[in-house]
Design a protein around this ligand. Structure first.
Ligand code: M6R
Length: 611
């Protein structure tokens, strides 16, 4: 979603602002802009579409100045046009905003009644006008921002520049992330604002994560942070650890491809921090939570993270015999879930900033739940609000389509389910040891799955012309069918649906004809024959089946399929991690055939920070 960067610099900022925006491209956007301060004027440049368009505008019409703010916009209110692109400016102030101002209609009506003219359809522009109105009434910038912030309902990260104050930016956050960066020591002083540490990576490694409700007055030589009650506060300065190289593709064609290939390594890294090889036991971080007392588990997440939770439901129920409720975050709060005092609620997120998941987390916290979070960004809001933090160690995931975060989430969730089972006395030491040994086989099995990349690339042209594709799976392969369909839709724009294989006869089988490829995920094992029966029902109606299975499964049922994808023989526990690879690669290669924008598919944002 929208990305923000601001620099109070000691040298020209326009190029560095665009460079920062480039590092936030992965968040998803459809227009961009910047505003610098130069000789008492606000110099604004904006463009629809990709950053290359903004770069062209700047080439024709540069924006000089040592202070500036910039923004990539993912449209919510108003089309992705240059007029709706940020920064929004009046004569006195320019602002960039990430989030949604929910009460913008009433604020806009009030401002319009005062004779203020709006030039965009956005919710964000009201912020520029509200602050401007205060300044025109004689307030200084601090007073103006302090008085306006409580009037905004919704979510915001803001960076604000003031025409008459060439050494000042003000930032604020509520519900959307914002970090403050301190210029490198020993150099000319500079200060920065950014949506995330990656945006600031080449500028500085010294950063402060602003807390909910914080606002900050940023000058060239330092900053003062205020909390939501306007008290001056000190927040920790940390080493960000974000590396500019993390946002490089290396020898890969796309970030998605790079991230698919990183899975053996990052899953191994993740497992290494949850499993003890010396005695083949699960070793979770120190925690105040007594897992032996958990009577019910509530899992909440969105998208791919939700599907990881669906797989984990099988594990928590099978190993720990704990009943699991699972829901997508956008529905969870609104169905008035029954949350028993003292329950455990588990949130899964790559970014740790997804607005719906965060809102659900806060709802659970307010209702007496202990909060466990499986998250890939350890400095994210969800990580900071967790009682039990369970990091995945996938490293920055840049491709919009989540891949390595998913398999790392599965690794952590399997370890957590086994640990809970041990604490509840449901697993013997031998059983725990066996589970750990199977999990430790995952990285090698992921490598073996990647060996089939070329075969999958070769069959992608069979799928690419389809209008609709179905994915089928049973048991823990059902969430994988959903994940396969999601991957295909989001990057190839082909309509795809995942179904529980046994559900086909209850409606979806009516969709089957020669034009609908059906991808069947069926490792050999206890459910194999039942899934194959469903597959035969599809084939009997002309359905074009692609079977993903191991050698044994392909030998038993591969004949007559339009294509098969062979996976290594693996224990059922790690099958969801291993079978994630072919569904990711299939989507990737189909997208290549179709020529879509793999890493930044249309309409999508990497981190969905609005509800
Ligand atoms: O950062 P999160 O894991 O909370 O994000 C959840 C979804 O937005 C995300 O998984 C989305 O569905 C991906 N684009 C799927 O590839």
């Amino acid at each position: 979603m929208c990305g923000i960067i601001g620099i109070v610099g000691s040298a020209s900022v326009a190029d560095r602002l665009v460079d920062g925006l480039r590092r936030m491209e992965y968040r998803g956007y459809d227009s961009a802009g910047l505003c610098t301060l130069h000789e008492g004027t606000l110099v604004r440049r904006r463009a629809e579409g990709k950053l290359a368009n903004l770069a062209r505008v700047l080439e024709a019409d540069p924006a000089p100045g040592h202070v500036g703010i910039a923004h990539t916009r993912w449209a919510t209110h108003g089309a992705p046009t240059a007029a709706n692109a940020h920064p929004h400016a009046t004569g006195e102030v320019a602002i960039v905003h990430n989030g949604i101002i929910e009460n913008f209609k009433e604020l806009r009506a009030e401002l319009a009644a005062q004779g203020r003219l709006f030039e965009s359809e956005t919710d964000s522009e009201v912020v520029a006008h509200l602050i401007s109105a205060e300044i025109e009434r004689g307030a200084d910038p601090l007073e103006a921002v302090r008085d306006v912030l409580p009037r905004l309902r919704g979510a915001f990260a803001l960076a604000i520049a003031f025409r008459q104050h060439p050494d000042l930016l003000i930032g604020a956050r509520l519900g959307s992330p914002l970090v403050l960066g301190y210029g490198p020591e020993g150099e000319e002083p500079e200060m920065y604002l950014g949506s995330d540490a990656l945006a600031l990576a080449p500028l500085t490694q010294r950063i402060t994560y602003l807390e909910e409700g914080d606002w900050v007055v940023v000058r060239r030589d330092g900053a003062q942070i205020y909390d939501s009650e306007n008290n001056p506060v000190t927040r920790e300065i940390r080493a960000s650890g974000a590396s500019a190289a993390a946002v490089e593709k290396g020898n890969y064609r796309h970030f998605m491809q790079k991230e698919i290939y990183e899975q053996p390594t990052v899953v191994a890294q993740t497992l290494a921090s949850y499993l003890r090889r010396s005695d083949n036991s699960v070793a979770l971080p120190q925690m105040d939570v007594d897992l032996s007392q958990v009577r019910r588990l509530t899992i909440v997440a969105c998208g791919t993270s939700f599907y990881a939770g669906m797989v984990a439901k099988y594990w928590f129920e099978q190993f720990a015999r704990v009943p699991v409720d699972i829901d997508v975050a956008s529905e969870f709060r609104y169905r008035e879930p029954v949350l028993e005092e003292g329950g455990l609620a588990l949130f899964i997120s790559q970014s740790g900033e997804t607005a719906d998941t965060l809102a659900a987390l806060r709802h659970c916290k307010a209702n007496g739940q202990t909060i466990a979070v499986v998250v890939n960004v350890p400095t994210s809001t969800m990580a900071r609000e967790a009682d039990l933090l369970l990091p995945t160690h996938a490293g920055p995931e840049i491709g919009v389509a989540s891949t390595k975060a998913f398999t790392c989430q599965l690794a952590v969730l399997a370890a957590l389910a086994a640990h809970m089972a041990v604490k509840k006395g449901r697993l013997t030491r031998d059983e725990e040891s066996l589970i750990v040994r199977h999990l430790l086989e995952a990285p090698a099995a992921l490598n073996a799955a990647l060996d089939h990349d070329e075969d999958i690339a070769a069959m992608a042209p069979l799928i690419a012309p389809a209008r609709d594709v179905l994915y089928l799976g049973r048991g823990q392969d059902y969430p994988l069918a959903l994940e396969g369909a999601l991957k295909l839709k989001e990057i190839s724009y082909i309509h795809a649906e995942g179904y529980a294989a046994g559900e086909m006869k209850h409606g979806p089988i009516a969709l089957i004809d020669e034009a609908v490829p059906v991808v069947v995920i069926a490792p050999s094992g206890p459910l194999f024959e039942k899934t194959v029966s469903n597959m035969e029902e599809v084939r009997a109606r002309g359905g074009q089946v692609v079977l993903i299975s191991d050698a044994k499964g392909l030998e038993a049922a591969g004949e007559g399929c339009i294509a098969t994808i062979e996976m290594p023989v693996v224990h059922p526990l790690i099958a969801p991690l291993v079978y994630a690879v072919p569904v990711q690669l299939l989507a990737y290669h189909v997208a290549l055939v179709k020529g879509t924008d793999v890493d930044q598919p249309r309409n999508l944002a990497k981190s969905v920070t609005v509800e």
